[in-house]
Design a protein around this ligand. Sequence first.
Ligand SMILES: C[S@@+](CC[C@H](N)C(=O)[O-])C[C@H]1O[C@@H](n2cnc3c(N)ncnc32)[C@H](O)[C@@H]1O
Length: 385
Amino acid sequence: MEVEQILHMNKGDDETSYAKNSKIQCKILSITKPIIEETVLKILAHMPKSFGVADLGCSSGPNSLLLVSEVMDVIHAEYSRLSEPSLQFQSSTLEFRVFLNDLFSNDFNTIFMSLPEFYDKFKQDFKNSITSDEGRPNLFISAVPGSFYGRLFPTKSLHFAHSSSSLHWLSQVPPGLDTALNKGKIYISKSSPVCVFEAYSQQFQKDFSVFLKSRAEEIVSGGRMVLSFMGRRCSDPTTEESCYLQWELLAQALMTFVLEGSIEEEKVESFHAPYYAPCPEELNLVVQKEGSFVADRLEAFEIDWDGGADLDENTDNITKETIAISSGERVAKTIRAVVESMLESHFGEDLMMDALFQRYAELVSDRLSKSRNKYINLVISLIKN
Ligand SMILES: C[S@@+](CC[C@H](N)C(=O)[O-])C[C@H]1O[C@@H](n2cnc3c(N)ncnc32)[C@H](O)[C@@H]1O
């Protein structure tokens, strides 16, 4: 089954929603902010009269409008910095077209509801500069539902495309994994045969290439992209960093239900995470092979599983244990907000989600009480030829 039919972040704003459990993704956005700012400034140097921006995989919640905010803040700061703003900044005809993209089942309504307040913020900021007759910038936000693994926007309509915490989702489970090849696991693990790793790597390369090819049609020459997503630093797929322990712990939690007889082992064996954390070499290879973009920056950074609790060498063991338990619960809520729709679609009502994520939280807490685990994120900045 295609991922676009089964994946959506938990909707609304209750305790299990993505809106309430996306702090880690917000932190990732704040880490890449300087790269976004630098990129927007470079585009501004050739200021287009109508600036097209897309956020791919925007989801819904407090992070959905962060990119637009950042872009507008850069423009406002640049305007304020110039004592005699150049003509283009004074022009009331300057316009910003912002496209928020996600899959069809995304909760776009929640984003739309927050737009009046969002537009109001800019009325104040842009009072003396690029405003329309209504007293706000010519900022036109629209939603474009559909998969980013394919065309979404008109030809040469974008100057800047951005995506955060989304491109590690594949378009589908790699073909050929539908046997018990990966016993008791739901993603690449140390015990996975080479063919499992190869299937994942090939699916990623195919998807990322389609992604680049699609954006190449939509982005003007000299336009830019900043993409950040889960990855790994080393090319060896069998290291701890590569195997993405969080899937391993989720598999362990699922197996406890198998032992109790409430779900079939076959059900766990046929679940494969449609996810892949690539290494920099794989990314560069696809960019070069596809050929429409040049990478001008590629970096890896670490982020704590729980977004960073206050722990230092002097913290005593009891406090460490308490922090590990609450961190485990936080991590479990974050993962639940992202993967629940997929688990529900595969396991149906037999799987009790509250119990699963309670067990998962315990496994994560146990892990975090022994070591401070980190995610590795990659950020790549690309220029359209
Ligand atoms: C973890 S959320 C990240 C949301 C937001 N960018 C943030 O930083 O908080 C990942 C988003 O990517 C979306 N996504 C996954 N695959 C996609 C695809 N092929 N096309 C469009 N969106 C996709 C998911 O629906 C989800 O909303």
